[in-house]
Ligand binder design. Structure first.
Ligand code: ADP
Length: 369
Protein backbone atom coordinates (compact mmCIF):
# COMPACT_ATOMS: atom_id res chain seq x y z
CA UNK A 1 0.00 0.00 0.00
CA UNK A 2 1.47 3.38 -0.95
CA UNK A 3 0.96 6.92 0.34
CA UNK A 4 -1.90 7.61 -2.06
CA UNK A 5 -3.79 4.51 -0.93
CA UNK A 6 -3.35 5.49 2.70
CA UNK A 7 -4.64 8.96 1.90
CA UNK A 8 -7.71 7.43 0.23
CA UNK A 9 -8.40 5.44 3.39
CA UNK A 10 -8.05 8.53 5.57
CA UNK A 11 -10.62 10.32 3.40
CA UNK A 12 -13.25 8.06 4.91
CA UNK A 13 -12.69 9.56 8.37
CA UNK A 14 -14.78 12.59 9.20
CA UNK A 15 -13.68 15.11 11.82
CA UNK A 16 -15.94 14.42 14.83
CA UNK A 17 -19.18 16.32 14.56
CA UNK A 18 -18.54 17.41 10.97
CA UNK A 19 -19.62 16.07 7.63
CA UNK A 20 -16.16 16.78 6.24
CA UNK A 21 -13.22 14.40 6.29
CA UNK A 22 -9.85 15.02 7.93
CA UNK A 23 -8.03 15.08 4.58
CA UNK A 24 -10.23 17.80 3.09
CA UNK A 25 -9.77 19.78 6.31
CA UNK A 26 -6.03 19.54 5.66
CA UNK A 27 -5.28 17.72 8.87
CA UNK A 28 -3.08 15.09 7.23
CA UNK A 29 0.36 16.68 7.01
CA UNK A 30 2.40 13.74 5.80
CA UNK A 31 2.39 9.99 5.37
CA UNK A 32 5.44 7.72 5.51
CA UNK A 33 5.10 4.15 4.34
CA UNK A 34 7.97 1.71 5.12
CA UNK A 35 6.94 -1.84 4.33
CA UNK A 36 4.60 -3.00 7.06
CA UNK A 37 4.92 0.26 8.97
CA UNK A 38 3.17 3.56 8.45
CA UNK A 39 3.60 6.93 10.14
CA UNK A 40 0.84 9.52 9.77
CA UNK A 41 1.57 13.09 10.72
CA UNK A 42 -1.58 14.92 11.70
CA UNK A 43 -1.97 18.63 12.25
CA UNK A 44 -4.94 19.36 14.49
CA UNK A 45 -5.27 22.90 15.76
CA UNK A 46 -8.37 22.28 17.85
CA UNK A 47 -7.92 22.53 21.62
CA UNK A 48 -10.48 19.82 22.13
CA UNK A 49 -8.47 16.85 23.45
CA UNK A 50 -11.41 14.46 23.18
CA UNK A 51 -11.87 15.14 19.47
CA UNK A 52 -8.13 14.84 18.86
CA UNK A 53 -8.12 11.41 20.51
CA UNK A 54 -11.16 10.39 18.49
CA UNK A 55 -9.36 11.24 15.25
CA UNK A 56 -6.21 9.40 16.35
CA UNK A 57 -8.10 6.23 17.22
CA UNK A 58 -10.12 6.39 14.00
CA UNK A 59 -6.88 6.66 11.95
CA UNK A 60 -5.29 3.78 13.87
CA UNK A 61 -8.35 1.62 13.40
CA UNK A 62 -8.60 2.39 9.69
CA UNK A 63 -4.94 1.54 9.00
CA UNK A 64 -4.44 -1.34 11.46
CA UNK A 65 -5.90 -3.79 8.95
CA UNK A 66 -3.19 -2.96 6.41
CA UNK A 67 -0.07 -2.32 8.50
CA UNK A 68 1.56 -4.11 11.42
CA UNK A 69 2.63 -0.82 13.05
CA UNK A 70 0.70 2.46 12.84
CA UNK A 71 2.42 5.49 14.35
CA UNK A 72 0.60 8.80 14.68
CA UNK A 73 2.41 12.07 15.26
CA UNK A 74 0.28 15.07 16.11
CA UNK A 75 1.20 18.73 15.77
CA UNK A 76 -0.87 21.87 16.13
CA UNK A 77 0.78 24.29 13.71
CA UNK A 78 -0.90 27.27 12.18
CA UNK A 79 -2.30 26.51 8.72
CA UNK A 80 0.15 26.50 5.78
CA UNK A 81 -0.58 26.56 2.08
CA UNK A 82 0.23 24.17 -0.71
CA UNK A 83 1.57 20.67 -1.18
CA UNK A 84 -0.30 17.71 -2.57
CA UNK A 85 -1.65 17.03 0.89
CA UNK A 86 -3.42 20.30 1.58
CA UNK A 87 -2.65 22.15 4.77
CA UNK A 88 -5.67 23.25 6.79
CA UNK A 89 -7.50 26.19 5.34
CA UNK A 90 -10.74 25.81 7.15
CA UNK A 91 -9.68 23.55 9.98
CA UNK A 92 -12.46 23.48 12.54
CA UNK A 93 -10.17 24.89 15.20
CA UNK A 94 -12.57 25.30 18.03
CA UNK A 95 -15.29 26.98 15.91
CA UNK A 96 -18.18 27.49 18.28
CA UNK A 97 -16.83 24.77 20.57
CA UNK A 98 -18.83 26.22 23.47
CA UNK A 99 -22.11 25.78 21.65
CA UNK A 100 -23.92 22.51 22.32
CA UNK A 101 -26.19 22.52 19.29
CA UNK A 102 -26.21 24.48 16.06
CA UNK A 103 -29.46 24.46 14.11
CA UNK A 104 -29.91 26.05 10.70
CA UNK A 105 -33.26 27.51 9.75
CA UNK A 106 -33.36 27.38 5.97
CA UNK A 107 -35.73 27.88 3.08
CA UNK A 108 -35.66 27.35 -0.64
CA UNK A 109 -36.75 30.90 -1.38
CA UNK A 110 -37.06 34.30 0.25
CA UNK A 111 -40.20 35.70 1.81
CA UNK A 112 -41.58 32.45 3.18
CA UNK A 113 -41.16 33.65 6.78
CA UNK A 114 -37.85 31.96 7.61
CA UNK A 115 -36.50 34.85 9.70
CA UNK A 116 -39.78 35.19 11.56
CA UNK A 117 -39.66 31.48 12.38
CA UNK A 118 -35.98 31.67 13.45
CA UNK A 119 -36.68 34.64 15.75
CA UNK A 120 -39.77 33.05 17.31
CA UNK A 121 -38.00 29.74 17.88
CA UNK A 122 -35.10 31.55 19.55
CA UNK A 123 -37.53 33.38 21.87
CA UNK A 124 -39.43 30.19 22.64
CA UNK A 125 -36.28 28.22 23.45
CA UNK A 126 -34.97 31.03 25.68
CA UNK A 127 -38.30 31.14 27.51
CA UNK A 128 -38.01 27.38 27.93
CA UNK A 129 -34.80 27.95 29.88
CA UNK A 130 -32.11 27.48 27.25
CA UNK A 131 -29.10 29.71 26.61
CA UNK A 132 -29.74 30.75 23.05
CA UNK A 133 -27.82 32.57 20.32
CA UNK A 134 -29.38 33.80 17.09
CA UNK A 135 -27.15 34.57 14.15
CA UNK A 136 -28.69 36.22 11.11
CA UNK A 137 -26.55 35.24 8.14
CA UNK A 138 -28.88 36.61 5.53
CA UNK A 139 -26.36 39.05 4.17
CA UNK A 140 -28.55 40.41 1.36
CA UNK A 141 -31.59 41.00 3.51
CA UNK A 142 -30.73 40.93 7.21
CA UNK A 143 -34.04 41.06 9.08
CA UNK A 144 -32.95 40.64 12.69
CA UNK A 145 -32.59 44.39 13.38
CA UNK A 146 -36.29 44.75 12.50
CA UNK A 147 -37.62 41.47 13.89
CA UNK A 148 -35.93 42.08 17.26
CA UNK A 149 -36.28 45.88 17.12
CA UNK A 150 -32.55 46.51 17.50
CA UNK A 151 -30.94 49.71 16.41
CA UNK A 152 -27.50 49.43 17.95
CA UNK A 153 -24.04 48.38 16.93
CA UNK A 154 -22.15 45.66 18.75
CA UNK A 155 -19.20 46.72 20.90
CA UNK A 156 -15.69 45.49 20.27
CA UNK A 157 -13.31 44.20 22.92
CA UNK A 158 -9.64 45.18 23.12
CA UNK A 159 -8.65 41.93 21.44
CA UNK A 160 -10.93 42.87 18.50
CA UNK A 161 -13.75 40.48 19.28
CA UNK A 162 -17.35 41.52 18.72
CA UNK A 163 -19.67 41.38 21.69
CA UNK A 164 -23.08 40.07 20.59
CA UNK A 165 -26.06 42.25 21.44
CA UNK A 166 -28.56 40.83 23.89
CA UNK A 167 -32.33 40.99 23.58
CA UNK A 168 -35.02 38.91 25.30
CA UNK A 169 -32.16 37.01 27.00
CA UNK A 170 -30.82 35.91 23.60
CA UNK A 171 -27.38 36.71 22.20
CA UNK A 172 -27.84 38.07 18.72
CA UNK A 173 -25.67 39.06 15.78
CA UNK A 174 -26.54 40.17 12.26
CA UNK A 175 -24.84 41.69 9.24
CA UNK A 176 -27.51 44.33 9.61
CA UNK A 177 -25.97 45.53 12.94
CA UNK A 178 -22.74 46.29 11.17
CA UNK A 179 -23.68 47.45 7.71
CA UNK A 180 -27.15 48.82 8.35
CA UNK A 181 -30.00 47.45 6.31
CA UNK A 182 -28.49 48.57 3.02
CA UNK A 183 -25.86 45.90 2.52
CA UNK A 184 -24.55 46.24 -1.03
CA UNK A 185 -25.88 43.34 -3.08
CA UNK A 186 -22.67 43.22 -5.08
CA UNK A 187 -20.90 41.41 -2.24
CA UNK A 188 -19.43 38.30 -3.76
CA UNK A 189 -19.17 34.78 -2.41
CA UNK A 190 -15.60 34.87 -1.02
CA UNK A 191 -16.20 38.12 0.86
CA UNK A 192 -19.47 36.85 2.27
CA UNK A 193 -17.77 33.62 3.24
CA UNK A 194 -15.00 35.51 5.06
CA UNK A 195 -17.46 37.79 6.87
CA UNK A 196 -19.54 34.80 7.85
CA UNK A 197 -16.55 33.02 9.28
CA UNK A 198 -15.75 36.08 11.38
CA UNK A 199 -19.18 35.78 12.91
CA UNK A 200 -18.20 32.38 14.20
CA UNK A 201 -14.63 33.05 15.18
CA UNK A 202 -14.58 36.68 16.24
CA UNK A 203 -17.78 37.00 18.22
CA UNK A 204 -17.76 36.34 21.95
CA UNK A 205 -20.69 33.96 21.97
CA UNK A 206 -19.77 32.32 25.26
CA UNK A 207 -21.48 29.13 26.36
CA UNK A 208 -24.74 28.38 24.55
CA UNK A 209 -27.17 25.48 24.56
CA UNK A 210 -28.45 26.29 21.11
CA UNK A 211 -27.31 28.53 18.30
CA UNK A 212 -29.92 29.22 15.64
CA UNK A 213 -28.61 30.23 12.24
CA UNK A 214 -30.95 32.20 10.02
CA UNK A 215 -29.46 31.13 6.68
CA UNK A 216 -29.84 33.11 3.48
CA UNK A 217 -32.54 31.58 1.27
CA UNK A 218 -31.54 29.11 -1.41
CA UNK A 219 -29.00 26.40 -1.90
CA UNK A 220 -25.97 28.25 -3.18
CA UNK A 221 -22.32 28.18 -2.22
CA UNK A 222 -22.77 30.16 0.98
CA UNK A 223 -25.18 27.63 2.43
CA UNK A 224 -22.99 24.75 1.35
CA UNK A 225 -19.81 26.26 2.81
CA UNK A 226 -21.57 26.95 6.06
CA UNK A 227 -22.98 23.52 6.45
CA UNK A 228 -19.60 22.00 5.74
CA UNK A 229 -17.69 24.26 8.08
CA UNK A 230 -19.82 23.83 11.13
CA UNK A 231 -20.69 20.96 13.34
CA UNK A 232 -24.44 21.27 12.79
CA UNK A 233 -26.97 19.28 14.72
CA UNK A 234 -29.46 19.69 11.92
CA UNK A 235 -31.55 21.90 9.72
CA UNK A 236 -35.17 22.98 9.82
CA UNK A 237 -36.81 23.74 6.49
CA UNK A 238 -39.42 26.47 6.30
CA UNK A 239 -41.84 26.39 3.41
CA UNK A 240 -45.18 27.75 2.30
CA UNK A 241 -47.66 25.17 1.06
CA UNK A 242 -47.56 25.83 -2.69
CA UNK A 243 -45.82 23.43 -5.07
CA UNK A 244 -43.40 26.09 -6.25
CA UNK A 245 -42.08 26.69 -2.71
CA UNK A 246 -41.97 22.98 -2.04
CA UNK A 247 -39.86 22.32 -5.11
CA UNK A 248 -37.24 24.67 -3.67
CA UNK A 249 -37.42 23.20 -0.22
CA UNK A 250 -36.73 19.82 -1.75
CA UNK A 251 -33.51 21.20 -3.23
CA UNK A 252 -32.57 22.64 0.16
CA UNK A 253 -33.26 19.43 2.00
CA UNK A 254 -31.30 17.46 -0.57
CA UNK A 255 -28.36 19.82 -0.13
CA UNK A 256 -28.30 19.19 3.63
CA UNK A 257 -28.53 15.47 3.00
CA UNK A 258 -25.51 15.64 0.72
CA UNK A 259 -23.37 17.14 3.46
CA UNK A 260 -24.74 14.71 6.05
CA UNK A 261 -26.63 17.33 8.01
CA UNK A 262 -29.88 15.79 9.22
CA UNK A 263 -33.09 17.59 8.37
CA UNK A 264 -34.87 17.76 11.72
CA UNK A 265 -38.23 18.67 10.29
CA UNK A 266 -40.35 20.88 8.07
CA UNK A 267 -42.38 23.91 9.17
CA UNK A 268 -45.26 25.00 6.99
CA UNK A 269 -45.67 28.76 7.27
CA UNK A 270 -48.52 30.86 5.91
CA UNK A 271 -50.53 27.71 6.08
CA UNK A 272 -54.00 29.18 5.60
CA UNK A 273 -55.34 32.54 6.76
CA UNK A 274 -56.62 32.86 10.29
CA UNK A 275 -59.91 34.74 10.38
CA UNK A 276 -61.73 35.70 13.55
CA UNK A 277 -65.25 37.01 13.76
CA UNK A 278 -68.31 37.58 15.84
CA UNK A 279 -71.95 36.76 15.13
CA UNK A 280 -75.10 38.10 16.75
CA UNK A 281 -77.87 35.80 17.84
CA UNK A 282 -78.03 32.36 19.25
CA UNK A 283 -75.97 30.40 16.74
CA UNK A 284 -73.79 27.45 17.76
CA UNK A 285 -72.36 26.59 14.36
CA UNK A 286 -72.25 27.80 10.79
CA UNK A 287 -70.76 26.92 7.41
CA UNK A 288 -68.07 28.87 5.59
CA UNK A 289 -66.66 27.63 2.28
CA UNK A 290 -68.35 24.31 2.87
CA UNK A 291 -66.68 23.86 6.25
CA UNK A 292 -68.54 23.52 9.52
CA UNK A 293 -67.39 26.18 12.02
CA UNK A 294 -68.33 26.15 15.68
CA UNK A 295 -69.35 29.38 17.39
CA UNK A 296 -68.57 29.87 21.08
CA UNK A 297 -71.09 30.97 23.73
CA UNK A 298 -70.27 34.65 23.12
CA UNK A 299 -70.75 34.38 19.36
CA UNK A 300 -67.03 34.30 18.53
CA UNK A 301 -65.64 32.05 15.83
CA UNK A 302 -62.32 31.26 14.23
CA UNK A 303 -61.74 29.96 10.76
CA UNK A 304 -58.60 29.02 8.85
CA UNK A 305 -59.13 29.83 5.21
CA UNK A 306 -56.89 27.82 2.89
CA UNK A 307 -55.47 30.38 0.49
CA UNK A 308 -53.01 28.06 -1.13
CA UNK A 309 -52.93 24.33 -1.43
CA UNK A 310 -53.22 22.27 1.68
CA UNK A 311 -50.95 19.50 2.85
CA UNK A 312 -47.78 20.64 1.06
CA UNK A 313 -45.61 20.62 4.17
CA UNK A 314 -47.03 17.29 5.17
CA UNK A 315 -46.29 15.78 1.78
CA UNK A 316 -42.74 17.08 1.83
CA UNK A 317 -42.02 15.94 5.37
CA UNK A 318 -43.22 12.45 4.43
CA UNK A 319 -41.03 12.41 1.35
CA UNK A 320 -38.04 13.38 3.44
CA UNK A 321 -39.01 11.00 6.21
CA UNK A 322 -38.91 13.80 8.81
CA UNK A 323 -41.62 15.23 11.04
CA UNK A 324 -43.86 18.12 10.11
CA UNK A 325 -42.95 20.21 13.15
CA UNK A 326 -45.86 22.60 12.86
CA UNK A 327 -48.20 24.63 10.70
CA UNK A 328 -48.32 28.38 11.20
CA UNK A 329 -51.25 30.28 9.69
CA UNK A 330 -51.00 33.69 8.07
CA UNK A 331 -51.93 36.05 10.79
CA UNK A 332 -51.97 39.77 11.13
CA UNK A 333 -50.74 39.38 14.71
CA UNK A 334 -47.55 37.67 13.53
CA UNK A 335 -46.93 40.33 10.93
CA UNK A 336 -47.60 43.16 13.38
CA UNK A 337 -45.48 41.72 16.17
CA UNK A 338 -42.62 41.10 13.72
CA UNK A 339 -42.78 44.69 12.53
CA UNK A 340 -42.96 45.91 16.15
CA UNK A 341 -39.77 44.09 16.96
CA UNK A 342 -41.22 41.66 19.51
CA UNK A 343 -41.83 38.17 18.14
CA UNK A 344 -45.17 36.73 19.20
CA UNK A 345 -43.56 33.78 21.04
CA UNK A 346 -42.04 36.44 23.29
CA UNK A 347 -44.88 38.95 23.43
CA UNK A 348 -47.75 36.54 23.87
CA UNK A 349 -46.43 33.02 24.52
CA UNK A 350 -49.79 31.70 25.72
CA UNK A 351 -51.77 32.80 22.66
CA UNK A 352 -52.72 30.15 20.10
CA UNK A 353 -50.01 31.40 17.76
CA UNK A 354 -47.41 31.75 20.53
CA UNK A 355 -48.17 28.17 21.50
CA UNK A 356 -47.52 26.92 17.97
CA UNK A 357 -43.97 28.30 18.05
CA UNK A 358 -43.43 27.03 21.60
CA UNK A 359 -44.60 23.55 20.61
CA UNK A 360 -42.19 23.49 17.64
CA UNK A 361 -39.34 24.65 19.90
CA UNK A 362 -40.15 21.90 22.43
CA UNK A 363 -40.16 19.25 19.71
CA UNK A 364 -36.82 20.44 18.40
CA UNK A 365 -35.20 20.54 21.83
CA UNK A 366 -36.49 17.04 22.52
CA UNK A 367 -34.95 15.82 19.25
CA UNK A 368 -31.62 17.45 20.11
CA UNK A 369 -31.49 16.07 23.64
P1 ADP B 1 -37.90 35.31 4.94
O1 ADP B 1 -36.90 35.29 6.05
O2 ADP B 1 -38.29 33.95 4.49
O3 ADP B 1 -37.49 36.18 3.80
P2 ADP B 1 -39.54 36.90 6.74
O4 ADP B 1 -39.51 36.13 8.00
O5 ADP B 1 -38.67 38.10 6.63
O6 ADP B 1 -39.27 35.93 5.50
O7 ADP B 1 -41.06 37.26 6.48
C1 ADP B 1 -41.48 38.03 5.36
C2 ADP B 1 -42.71 38.84 5.75
O8 ADP B 1 -43.78 37.96 6.03
C3 ADP B 1 -42.50 39.67 7.02
O9 ADP B 1 -43.14 40.89 6.86
C4 ADP B 1 -43.20 38.86 8.12
O10 ADP B 1 -43.71 39.67 9.14
C5 ADP B 1 -44.31 38.20 7.33
N1 ADP B 1 -44.72 36.90 7.88
C6 ADP B 1 -43.97 35.82 8.12
N2 ADP B 1 -44.70 34.79 8.60
C7 ADP B 1 -45.98 35.25 8.67
C8 ADP B 1 -47.23 34.70 9.08
N3 ADP B 1 -47.33 33.43 9.48
N4 ADP B 1 -48.32 35.48 9.02
C9 ADP B 1 -48.25 36.76 8.58
N5 ADP B 1 -47.13 37.34 8.19
C10 ADP B 1 -45.99 36.61 8.21
Amino acid sequence: MNKEHVLDHLKSINYPGFSRDIVSFGMVKDILVEGEQVTVQLNITSQNEEKKQEVISAVKKELAEHFSTVTIEVSADAPQQGGPIQAPQNAPAAILDNVKHIIAVASGKGGVGKSTVAANLACAMAKQGKKVGLLDLDIYGPSLPIVFGINEQPAMTQDKKLVPLEKFGIKVMSFGFISGNDTPVIWRGPLVSRMTEQFFRDVKWGELDVMILDLPPGTGDIQLTLTQKLRMSGAVMVTTPQDIALADVRKGADMFRKVNTPVLGVIENMSGLELKGQVDGNISSMTINGENISVDSEGGFKFIMELFKTGGGEKESKRLGVPLLGKIPISQEIMISTDEGIPIAQKDPDSTLGQIYHAIARKLLATLD
